[in-house]
Ligand binder design. Structure first.
Ligand SMILES: Nc1nc2c(ncn2[C@@H]2O[C@H](COP(=O)(O)OP(=O)(O)OP(=O)(O)O)[C@@H](O)[C@H]2O)c(=O)[nH]1
Ligand SMILES: [Mg+2]
Length: 417
């Protein structure tokens, strides 16, 4: 790479000189102020530009005109969420990004606006080059996306999102995104983020109506954090909300004494009623003996998704339950497994009638595109996230904002509100 410097009394002037000399394919490496403006002396800025002839050739490949993009896949109309509609709706966010009512906007000088625009454009070119290195195979979609989209495409690809979902969403974004939002990668990212948020089904936690009771059963593979999550939920409903509810626990684990003892300890600590169920006929009796509770939380034995016998036992309890309660079945899955495995796990538990999904161990994972793809694909809402081992604090009520922030920016404890 060839490094050149240009100077001017403003960064814009230096940039203009650079563009006149080397054209648009250069990369802005640095802007420096060499001399401050003072009485009788104008300011002096220097910009450092990198020029690589190979780069210029590659950039052209990314910047095919829009009309040359591939047509959308036929299946897009079958997608569970009508992305096209969502994309149109959120086109309105360009208005949101403008000034809020009542807030007086300070007009930036034209010169400053132009500098910012140029810098953003150059920044995007640098990102294209950076992003070219992450996947040398360069999938089809990546070859046709414009410079401003390359960073978001890379972030989403690396998140573990199913490739067909990403390509489809990207194509929709390219089709529906208002031109004025395409200016730079920041506005593209904001648009994309809002679009993804609209695609995540989430179950909002409601206050119980007077006299209403709620029975929640956690099911899922072994060791995913069902019992720990039951303890967190029990603490939440009985102590942490504005209204304190009466909570009862049921252990449906006919296999391990340890499993019963684990929840017993939590029940003792929180002074909660607890019932154990050894075989399906006892299930209704257990629910009846906790009739005084507002919330009944049922912990089940972990079953390998392929262990039909254990899933069958849970099924028998659900079917045989003669109580008047409706049981909300929550499938608990770790966020560390890939989308295909999450999907297979859901399929194996689907005979139980899964109402919502809970994802655990978000603190042990980097990509969250697998969760996005599953929820987007099977349209089952997410109710909670578990973000650590601590009871009760490491529980997050699901929100699409939280998931999409984790997906694009990574999980951080600071995000847990
Ligand atoms: N890092 C992390 N660990 C977790 C999380 N949730 C649970 N764990 C840990 O995972 C381990 C298993 O948790 P359990 O709650 O016993 O899992 P389970 O699904 O009830 O397991 P089985 O009953 O054996 O099927 C424990 O060491 C928990 O502390 C989480 O969100 N993050
Ligand atoms: Mg358990």
């Amino acid at each position: 790479m060839k490094v050149l410097t240009f100077s001017g009394t403003t960064p814009a002037e230096a940039l203009k000189k650079a563009k006149e000399a080397v054209g648009n394919d250069a990369m802005l490496i640095e802007t420096r102020q060499l001399q401050k403006k003072s009485l009788g002396q104008s300011a002096l800025y220097e910009i450092v530009i990198g020029l690589d002839e190979k780069t210029a050739v590659h950039q052209k490949a990314f910047k095919k005109p829009l009309q040359e993009q591939k047509p959308l896949a036929q299946e897009s109309s079958d997608v569970l969420f009508n992305i096209s509609e969502a994309a149109k709706q959120i086109s309105k966010i360009s208005e949101v990004t403008q000034e809020s009512p009542g807030v007086k906007k300070i007009e930036e000088p034209q010169e400053l606006k132009e500098i910012k625009k140029e810098i953003a454009k150059l920044g995007d070119k640098v990102k294209v080059i950076q992003n070219m290195f992450w996947d040398e195979r360069r999938p089809d979609m990546q070859a046709i996306i414009p410079a401003e989209f390359s960073e978001i495409y890379r972030l989403a690809s690396q998140s573990g999102m199913a490739k067909e979902h990403l390509d489809e969403i990207m194509a929709m974004t390219l089709e529906h995104m208002p031109l004025k939002m395409r200016e730079n990668s920041q506005t593209v990212k904001r648009y994309f983020q809002t679009l993804l948020r609209k695609m995540i089904p989430v179950r909002v936690e409601h206050k119980l109506r007077a006299g209403q009771k709620k029975v929640i059963m956690l099911v899922g593979p072994t060791g995913v954090g069902k019992t720990t999550s039951i303890a967190k939920l029990a603490a939440r409903y009985s102590y942490l909300l504005d209204k304190k509810y009466k909570v009862g626990l049921v252990v449906l684990d006919t296999y391990r004494i340890g499993a019963v003892e684990q929840l017993m300890q939590y029940a003792r600590m929180m002074k909660l009623g607890i019932e154990t169920v050894v075989d399906p006929p006892e299930f209704t009796t257990a629910l009846q003996s906790l009739h005084y509770c507002d919330y009944i939380l049922i912990d089940t034995m972990g079953s390998s998704p392929y262990d039909k016998e254990k899933i069958e036992t849970i099924y028998e309890c659900l079917q045989g339950s003669e109580s008047a309660y409706e049981i909300d079945v929550v499938l608990v899955m770790p966020s560390s497994i890939k989308y295909e495995d999450l999907k297979a796990t859901h399929e194996n538990f689907s005979s139980l009638g899964i109402d919502t999904m809970m994802f655990t161990k978000l603190d042990e994972t980097r990509g969250f595109g697998n969760i996005f793809s599953l929820a987007y694909d099977i349209k089952v809402p997410i109710s909670y996230f578990s973000v650590g081992q601590e009871v009760p604090e490491d529980l997050v009520v699901a929100s699409s904002e939280f998931l999409i922030e984790c997906l694009l920016e990574g999980f951080s404890r600071g995000r847990v509100r």
